[in-house]
Design a protein around this ligand. Structure first.
Ligand code: HPA
Length: 234
C-alpha cells in the first residue's frame, strides 16, 4: 500500500495500461481481461488486475494532467515494480491528415513544462517512447485496419489553452496532436528504465472543431485497449 494506491504487494502486474479516466479503467478491465480484481479505489482512482491471453495486466486510472499521472506512475514503478506502462487516452488533432478516430502513437512529447522540469533545469530533455512498443503498436493497429500515425505530440499543462500562437508553431513543425500526460510518463520511464508508450485516439480537432460523437467513443477506446495489449505482449 502506498500513499495513493491501496493494492497489496504483488497485486499490481508488471504491465500497466493507464487511461486517464478511472471508469474507463473499469470498462477496459471488465471487457478485455479475465479473472479481474479491483486492486485500488483510493480517492476513486480505480485500478484492476486480471489476465489477457494468460498474461497479467493492471489497468489503472492516471487522472488528468501530468501532476496526477506522475503520482500514480511513480508509485506503480517504484513501489509495485511496474516495467511496461502504456497510456491509452484521447488527444486533439493538430494536422489536417490526422482525422477524428485515428490513432496516434507518440514517438516524442514536447511540453512547456513537466513535473520533472526542476530536475532538468536548463536542459530541454527530449522524452521519447520505447521503440519496441511503438513498432509493435504500429503493427497491431495496421493489422486491425485502424488508421495510425506515429510522430511527435504536445503534452499541455492546460486544457483551456490561451496560446493559439504556440499551437500554430507546433502544427507548422508537424506535431500530430495535443494531450496532457505523455511527456511526464516518458520522463519517468527513462528515469527508472521502464518501457512506455502513449497511444491516443483523436477525439477532437483543433483546426476543424470536429469532435468524436459520444456513441463512438467506446468503440475507439476499445480499439486502443486491444492495440495496447497486443503491443505489450508482442
Ligand atoms: N487539449 C488537451 N488535451 C486533450 C485535448 C485537447 O484539445 N483533447 C483531448 N485531450
Amino acid at each position: 500500500m502506498t500513499v495513493h494506491i491501496g493494492a497489496a504487494p504483488g497485486q499490481i502486474a508488471e504491465t500497466v495500461l493507464l487511461p486517464g479516466d478511472p471508469y474507463r479503467a473499469r470498462w477496459a478491465a471488465e471487457t478485455f481481461l479475465q479473472d479481474v480484481e479491483l486492486v485500488n479505489e483510493v480517492r476513486g482512482m480505480l485500478g484492476f488486475t486480471g489476465t489477457w491471453k494468460g498474461n497479467r495486466v493492471t489497468i489503472h486510472g492516471s487522472g488528468m494532467g501530468m501532476p496526477s499521472l506522475s503520482i500514480y506512475a511513480n508509485e506503480l514503478i517504484r513501489d509495485y515494480g511496474a516495467k511496461t506502462l502504456i497510456r491509452i487516452g484521447s488527444c486533439g488533432g493538430m494536422q489536417e491528415k490526422v482525422k477524428i478516430r485515428d490513432v496516434i502513437l507518440a514517438m516524442s512529447a514536447s511540453s512547456i513544462s513537466t513535473p520533472s522540469a526542476g530536475i532538468f533545469k536548463e536542459l530541454n530533455f527530449a522524452p521519447c517512447a520505447d521503440y519496441g512498443l511503438l513498432a509493435a503498436a504500429h503493427a497491431a493497429a495496421t493489422a486491425k485496419g485502424t488508421p495510425v500515425h506515429a510522430g511527435g505530440i504536445y503534452s499541455a499543462d492546460v486544457f483551456y489553452d490561451e496560446r493559439p500562437d504556440l499551437n500554430e508553431q507546433m502544427t507548422r513543425h508537424g506535431i500530430l496532436g495535443v494531450e496532457m500526460e505523455a511527456a511526464e510518463l516518458y520522463n519517468l520511464a527513462h528515469r527508472y528504465g521502464c518501457r512506455a508508450l502513449a497511444i491516443l485516439t483523436v477525439s477532437d480537432h483543433l483546426q476543424t472543431g470536429e469532435a468524436l460523437p459520444s456513441q463512438d467513443r467506446e468503440k475507439s477506446f476499445g480499439d486502443m485497449v486491444e492495440i495496447a495489449l497486443e503491443a505489450a505482449f508482442a
